[in-house]
Design a protein around this ligand. Structure first.
Ligand code: SF4
Ligand code: SF4
Length: 474
């Protein structure tokens, strides 16, 4: 699917329409945030009240899900909603949700933001696309309305997470989209691409017809003789560039297109005031590109609360690379900085083993005495097993073993969860899609309850880590 440009002529008054629009527009060309706010400022609250009230009155739902949700939120609030996101960084209890630097499904981003705000994350990291930033804001507002609707202690149960946008200084796997032309797919292909995609971003319909046979070579691979009744391909806004579909294609029909976000669009987004943090993805040998991007953005970064730099494992060059980048940033750095250690990029949903790369990278960087200032946060392979692995490595809290007391600074400030965080709520989101036309998860309290339960199982253990009188976990 090719990007198309579009102009928004007038406010669009339904979230469904906004979602469709978001699907087919090139991110930098869409100025949706104002319209999105107009359309949804009070929409989610009204919808929650009316749909839930109707479900209760027609007997299709009892109050159990709502009551259970209220008590779950009260339980979570004890640990998750105290202090600011900056306190969490300092205390080593920072949790970030990664929606995906390239993930641009407006409705799903909105519901992810709702669920993980209720679960108590400190920050929501999303694509630097105005429509997506607006969707995150809408999800956070919806969380506020849920707490309000349940009439539980608002101040205790709700805390607004920071919104972070991810950008890149050069080519980076987080900023690419897979693509292929289904006309080159062999008719008998078992479609491993569809099965391997963690984002359900590949979709075929079998009922299409191909009118003109493409007797030319496929852009990416060997296929030049196949014709197929298959119609479909990559759903661009759902693809987040993990690349898993590429090697499984038997005829090498799948490729990927890289892109770099436009600096002008990023500056405009930052000036909009809805974004509190930014993350720059960089890599080996990117110093010039990093410096150039930093200089172009410098002024727009001044009002932010956190600046993160995301790097993969650069081996022996890791500490010196961090120092070089810090030297570029330091003269104009006006807020705390964070190093996102991207152990095994975009692999958290794969399983237990994926987390080890992130933990061993963190151990190496944390033990380096000449690393530059900045919080350390794990990503890339993070999942349910990461916290236990960090504790085993002695990294989760800076415990002074002699005195059995914790110092105020944590060695590792926190964890960011991406693919795994999305995977554990995927079933709820799929059921929502099949259930009806409403795209707001809070319209279905039992689904919302299940999604928040899943999210809390990931966020809660980090937030509820407590100190006993002699530094014991209790
Ligand atoms: S790159 Fe990853 S997310 Fe994108 S279509 Fe392929 S498998 Fe799916
Ligand atoms: S694996 Fe390759 S050939 Fe098979 S359906 Fe997917 S893109 Fe087409």
């Amino acid at each position: 699917m090719a990007w198309q440009t579009c102009e928004l002529q007038k406010p669009v008054l339904s979230i469904q329409a906004l979602t469709s629009l978001g699907k087919f527009c090139k991110p930098e060309t869409v100025k949706l945030s104002t319209a999105f706010r107009l359309a949804t400022r009070n929409g989610s609250r009204r919808l929650l009240h009316s749909r839930v009230a109707q479900q209760i009155s027609d007997g299709s739902i009892d109050n159990t899900a709502l009551t259970t949700l209220a008590s779950l939120l009260q339980k979570l609030s004890v640990d998750a909603c105290h202090g600011s996101p900056e306190d969490s960084l300092r205390d080593g209890q920072w949790v970030k949700l990664i929606c995906g630097a390239s993930f641009e499904d407006v409705a799903e981003v909105r519901n992810l933001s709702l669920v993980y705000t209720l679960a108590g994350v400190d920050c929501i990291d999303c694509a630097a696309n105005p429509a997506i930033v607006a969707a995150v804001g809408e999800g956070i507002s919806a969380a506020k309305h849920v707490v309000d609707y349940l009439e539980i202690d608002f101040e205790q149960c709700f805390r607004k997470p920071w919104i972070m946008v991810s950008i890149n200084d050069d080519e980076d796997p987080h900023f690419r989209k897979a693509e292929f032309d289904a006309r080159f797919c062999p008719p008998n292909c078992s479609r491993p691409c569809e099965r391997v995609c963690p984002a359900s971003a590949i979709h075929f319909t079998a009922d299409g017809t191909v009118s003109a046979l493409p007797y030319k070579k496929s852009t990416y691979g060997d296929a030049n003789v196949y014709t197929s009744p298959l119609v479909g391909g990559v759903i661009t806004e759902r693809c987040y560039g993990c690349g898993r579909c590429i090697p499984v294609c038997p005829v090498r029909n799948i490729g990927a297109k890289n892109y770099v976000r436009s600096t002008e669009a990023i500056i405009e987004l930052l000036r909009g005031g809805e974004v509190q943090a930014i993350e720059i993805h960089t890599g080996a040998g990117h110093f010039e590109a990093f410096e150039s991007l930093w200089k172009r953005l410098e002024t727009a970064l001044q009002s932010l609360k956190l600046i993160a730099v995301s790097l993969p494992d650069l081996g022996d060059c890791m500490t010196s690379s961090l120092s070089s980048m810090y030297a570029i940033m330091q003269p104009s750095l006006r807020c705390p900085n964070l190093w996102q250690l991207d152990g095994r990029p975009m692999s958290g949903d794969i399983g237990k083993g994926a987390t080890m790369a992130a933990v061993s990278l963190a151990a190496r960087v944390a033990s380096s005495s000449n690393r530059p200032p900045g919080y350390l946060q794990l990503a890339g392979g993070t999942n349910f097993y990461t916290l236990a692995a960090l504790e085993r490595a002695g990294l989760f809290k800076s415990l002074d073993k002699r005195d059995e007391v914790y110092t105020t600074e944590a060695l590792v400030a926190g964890i960011a969860f991406g693919g795994y965080a999305r995977k554990i709520v995927h079933d709820c989101f799929s059921t929502l899609e099949k259930t009806g036309p409403a795209l707001q998860l809070e319209s279905y309290p039992s689904l919302l309850l299940e999604a928040v339960r899943q999210a809390a199982s990931l966020v809660g253990p980090i937030k509820s880590f407590k100190f006993g009188s002699r530094g014991q976990i209790r």
